[in-house]
Design a protein around this ligand. Sequence first.
Ligand code: MN
Length: 724
Amino acid sequence: MMRQYELVERVTRYDPDANEDLLNRAYVYAMKAHGNQKRESGEAYFNHPLEVAAILADMKLDDATIAAALLHDTVEDTGATTEEIGEKFGPEIAALVDGLTKIKQLDRVTREATQAENLRKLLLAMSKDVRVLLVKLADRLHNLRTLEHVKPEKRTRIAQETMDIYAPLAGRMGMQLVRDEMEDICFRILNPDANKTICDRLDRLHAESGDVIREIERALMKVFQDRGLNAQVFGREKRPYSIWRKMERKNLSLDQLSDIFGFRVIVDTLDDCYRALGMMHRAWRAVPGRFKDYISTPKQNDYRSLHTTVVGPHHMRVEMQIRTRIMHEIAERGVAAHALYKDTAEVKVAETGAREGAAESNAYRWLRHLMEVLQEGDSPKEFLEHTRLELFHDQVFCFTPKGQLIALPRGATPIDFAYALHTSIGDSCVGCRINGRHAPLVTTLNNGDEVEIIRSDAQVPPPAWEAIAKTGKAKAAIRRATRAAIRKQFAGLGREIVTKLLERHKLTYSDKQIAAAVPRLGHKNADDALAAVGKGDLSGTDILKALGIAVDEGDIKEARRRLAQKKPEKGGASAIPVRGVAAGMALKFHTATGAVPGERIVGIVTPGEGITIYPIFAQALEQFDSQPERWVDLAWGVAEEGQRFPARIHLNLVNEVGALAQVTQVIGEQGGNIDELQLVKREGVSDFFDLTILLEVFDNRHLNDIMNGLKAKPSVTQAVRVTG
Ligand code: MN
């Protein structure tokens, strides 16, 4: 295990200003936190964060990154908390460790190859600081290096996940060395047979042709030396994985594969690259179609080099990459190298020049942007500190409980999530759990949220959702569903109203007769006219009048009186007859006021709960002024016979014998029902007392009759509707 002073020394060697105290404290803290935890190999767990820190020290990263690497598993795997890390190491380190902890929580997500791209984006989006990703990649690399101690099944899973997600991510960040090592390890695990076949063939090739690499190296060096160019040549055999990929991609056998050797020519300046290229092409014949200039047109990840293949000594095809030292560092270390070289004039000139011609059409423009940011700070340390990745800031990525990844626009709600899964899931959505907890459907989703949709078949999406939803898909589906449901509801309701009126007159009319009469009212057919009645655009008596029936207002009063004399039915769970909401929506009254037919009402949507009905005069409505999307226009529908509604009234009474009896007597005589009676204390005044009563009445007129009866009593000084 690396000792404390060794790590600190490694860091101070490339950064003399590094905060040694910070590194020492992080080392000790992490070591104590992991205590005697063991890895699957049996070695001390602390060795893992230490090795991760060492990988990052090799990349010459700043002290905060190294400290975060030491601490990266403490919050997830030990008793440490982000708060404690913040207290001990400050907000910068705490933010890095917190970022790493959040990424780790993504492990429950299914790693299907089909969602790998979204997962990579999510990783980037969650890593607000580029250093979080660097530590994550180093963490994964060390886990791969020690993978032989892990059970075979888990080993395969980790290898596949690395191939799908982390290796490409490292590649896109330009970190070729990390990517190569990840791919090599994973290829050995995922495809051991292919790996062995290729390795065996390579061994045989060596035996047959001797040390070809050194020979070609020397030949190339001689060409440069003869022409006075300072250059270094490095030959290498291609890695089994890249050979295998090439065989697969080009459908070749190993024998057909000409270029299993690769050569790198490292020169001093950008101009030297082109000079070296010219020398090569003059000394040997260039293979047509193999020349690529990634200096004037860099790759997406800012890789720059000249590529060419020549027919070299012994008529062997020699593939080479020509680049400067800095281009080489950037090619191998990517983002991490920029921290070291960003001051260099060559990088600036080369990159600015190159960028002008480069098309910005790639999906990873962010990386280019990052490279630009890299050049603005004063020191590598400052650069890393201020590189906050603002990636995919217009999207959020959330998961189903089964780990399916759903990409949504920023600001999306669980309603959008439900519709993104399937229209039928959105239509039947009644509530949700976010990360296991019940949450309102208006909640704005965050990256990495796990969202579970609660459904009910009786549900029809309330119109108010249209304003809450963010995605066009959800909005359109809500509009469609509510339009259909409400129209159907209105037509049914209108039919009910008209039928009841006709019954009262002991008459029946067919749709045909109604249809014949409605043109007078400006409607095309019976359904249209009935829907208008349901909506309240027409009254039921309008239809009767159109049918030529004389309507006597006295009849209506008589009917109500008969109703009032009926015993109130307790426990009859009649649906609240309200129009303007889709069927199946949970409805309830605002308890402080109640509401009765005849009073103007509005609904307030509480996502996941339903709609609360308020009389328009309720003061409690003020609190929803700033949330117009929660308001729903409601109107009363047709009540069932004898159905009662709550209304809370407030009385002021003279404090005398029999006052209360007078009140209950009036209410009883009028057929009202007392549901709840509360005495309101009044300090220091004994001549009067206050009561609130929750009444159950048929409608507004019934309520007014009771109130007028109460006001007529000598003991009652005031009787008003509660407006709370
Ligand atoms: Mn780890």
